[in-house]
Design a protein around this ligand. Sequence first.
Ligand code: SF4
Length: 257
Amino acid sequence: MSQPLPERVTEPREVAPHAADLAGLDAAVSRCYACPRLVEWREEVGRVRRRSFAEDNYWARPVPGFGPDDASLLLVGLAPAAHGGNRTGRMFTGDRSGDVLVTALHSLGLASQPTSERRDDGLRLHGVRFTAPVHCAPPGNRPAPAERDTCRPWLVRELELLRPTVRAVVALGGFGWQALLPAVAAAGWAVPRPRPVFGHGARAVLEPTGAGSPLALFGCYHVSQQNTFTGRLTPQMLREVLAEAWRAAGGGASPPG
Ligand code: SF4
């Protein structure tokens, strides 16, 4: 950040472009208060709590991206879960969705352990970063279009900062796919016309609009319980998309261990 970070960020579009690195961006995201409905919800969930987490001190703030700042593969979900990321303060952490995703990454050598329980559990991602187009837990897991748009500058800046290394992105679910397309366009890649359509296994190659490398885009059903419990998304299906995306990202056959 070229200027000191305000205590409360209310205009992401003014603050995000000035983030000099991902650590600065993550710090700024976690101070965001731009969406009144989501601020109220994330804090209320943290006050009321689920009975099984009654002793937990909920994060109840925006959840920044997680993973190395030179990631070559970016995974884009929907938004933090009320009692997952909104509780633990780390993306895909503390709920079944996180475990399914991290187990798959671990089986490919892209995560240091198969579970994702707490912010201080020692999990490290190798070459992979998680993020979301909406950084606050929304009621019913449904952000409003205006909230998605207000949050977009954070994702645009994250993509810009990752541009030297990122070569592939996986959109987990249709919401992530739709939200990602305008963000990658703003961050320097051309979105084909007609726009690529989301589906499990969908893929497209986005060419850079200036200097830089192409970005391979993959679609994957979201790792929500609704999909994993019903078998719509099996562990094998998830692993196949992640492995293909990792290869497209330049990871080759032997991911780091
Ligand atoms: S959803 Fe995004 S823009 Fe809205 S308050 Fe949270 S971090 Fe800020």
